[in-house]
Write a protein that binds this ligand. Structure first.
Ligand SMILES: C[S@@+](CC[C@H](N)C(=O)[O-])C[C@H]1O[C@@H](n2cnc3c(N)ncnc32)[C@H](O)[C@@H]1O
Length: 454
């Protein structure tokens, strides 16, 4: 009988009747789901609303009920409830309820509320601290508030630091800078035969839209000999710090690497495995790249080196060596306080339409793609791999960069997808190989230029 009465319309009518009618109704329904239903459907509250029944419900054992009670108290905007909200904000056992209490205090926008929010800044939960900051930012410009918020730039939590940075310290970009979607002509469809570090030094800040690359694998091939693993990592660190500088705000770096194995020198020694993607990752984060995704490139087992053979014979635990059929595509974004929408809004409608990713795109982070073999270069990207990366992470007309171009697969694919490319390759043989492909007519307006550094 009671349940039949409990409809949204019934609740709305009752709340407008005044006289504490909702308070009476609540007394009749003590179970959690009915209480939640009532509170959830109150909507905006009339000025005359009697909320005196609410504080008692803050003792309810169900946290969703308490959440809705706090939300309802918040709607009243009545400073008399401030001490109660403060108590919930500091002491409730559920973080969502505490957060809602802080949010309700913030929405009051009062001086008394302000001093509670300042107290909440000491909370151990960063989400609660961020909520308090949000409430306090209403008073941005007030010396007292600014002087307390700004030092939170050194807060131990990264979310807190990032909010404060965005609000108080993010420098306004030079308004004369190049528009985001545009790029310099000197970067369009160019292949340079030189050490990539030497070339990047000559490029302007924020001039590349996307970098997709596979760096030389430490001492695994002739073109990648380094005196030590540490010096190899240092080299990559230098390269990706420069890539960071020349990448446009909020744009992506997709880095293809995998652990490698250096064979043993004799049967008396063991081979050594180097986890390149995991070792380079902390350097990238430290220099400001934001980690976005890990995509696994999976190859058919028949296409990779057989390591499991020995184990298949003896089956002795500890000597298990699976065939490595995967490589990583680690996806990073140049750090920015702007959302992806900001990047997307830099393009005109037509470019956005024309760049839309066609049907049949990959929906998981496991990309099953056959490797590719080339008669000149020993480690080329499959075109399909480049195609996906370029389609998913760039717009038509963007400049796509590969600092370690090899046979130029990134350039060739970028061109076929209506993007421009900028490639560097140190090895003259591979440079000449790219040149020999005679695919110079890349765009109507831009032919490919093959340059040496001087
Ligand atoms: C793994 S291969 C890239 C292959 C390429 N993804 C492709 O599809 O052909 C790495 C390339 O980086 C080049 N390289 C190594 N050190 C370099 C440097 N300091 N500057 C420019 N290129 C370099 C090597 O010669 C090699 O061709």
């Amino acid at each position: 009988m009671l349940n039949q009465m409990l409809t949204k319309d019934y609740i709305r009518n009752l709340k407008n009747n005044g006289n504490g009618a909702i308070g009476h109704l609540v007394k009749e329904y003590q179970d959690s789901s009915s209480l939640i239903f009532i509170l959830e459907n109150l909507g905006q509250l009339p000025k005359s609303f009697d909320g005196s029944f609410l504080p008692e419900l803050l003792l309810h054992k169900n946290s969703t009920v308490r959440f809705w009670v706090v939300k309802t108290i918040g709607k009243l905007g009545d400073e008399d409830f401030l001490p109660i909200l403060k108590k919930v904000a500091l002491n409730d056992s559920d973080t969502n309820v505490r957060r809602e209490a802080v949010s309700s205090i913030g929405r009051m926008r009062t001086k008394k509320g302000q001093s509670v929010l300042l107290e909440v800044l000491q909370d151990h939960d960063p989400k609660i601290v961020c909520q308090a900051i949000r409430g306090l930012l209403v008073f941005k410009g007030d010396d007292k508030v600014d002087n307390i918020l700004k030092p939170l730039l050194n807060h131990e939590n990264e979310m807190v630091r990032s909010v404060i940075y965005k609000e108080y310290f993010a420098n306004q970009k030079d308004k004369y800078q190049q528009p985001h979607s545009e790029s310099y002509n000197y970067l369009k469809n160019v292949v340079v035969n030189a050490d990539t570090l030497e070339v990047m030094k000559l490029l302007k800040d924020e001039s590349i839209h996307l970098t997709f690359t596979s760096p030389p694998y430490y001492n695994a091939r002739d073109y990648s000999i380094y005196p030590s693993y540490q010096s190899y990592l240092k080299f990559l660190e230098d390269v990706f710090a420069e890539v960071y500088r020349i990448t446009k705000e909020g744009r992506f770096l997709i880095l293809n690497t995998s652990p490698i194995i250096i064979p043993r020198i004799s049967r008396a020694h063991s081979s050594k495995r180097y986890p390149i993607p995991f070792d380079i990752h902390p350097y990238l984060i430290e220099m400001g790249w934001e980690f976005i995704d890990d995509i696994v490139w999976m190859k058919p087992e028949a296409s990779v080196k057989n390591r499991i053979g020995g184990f298949q014979q003896h089956r002795k635990p500890l000597a298990y060596k699976p065939n490595s059929v995967t490589e990583y595509l680690m996806v990073y974004r140049k750090s920015t306080e702007k959302l992806l929408d900001w990047n997307i809004h830099q393009y005109d409608w037509q470019t956005v339409q024309e760049s839309k990713v066609p049907e049949g795109y990959e929906t998981t982070n496991v990309w099953k793609i056959d490797p590719c073999f080339d008669k000149v270069h020993s480690a080329v990207f499959p075109v399909e791999l480049c195609k996906r990366v370029i389609q998913y992470y760039s717009y038509k007309g963007d400049v796509v960069f590969d600092p370690f171009a090899g046979s130029g697969t990134v350039g060739k694919t970028a061109k076929s997808l209506g993007r421009f490319f900028f490639l560097t390759e140190k090895d003259e043989t591979y440079f000449n190989y790219m040149k020999s492909k005679k695919s110079t007519k890349m765009f109507d307006t831009f032919e490919t230029r093959f340059l040496i550094l001087k």
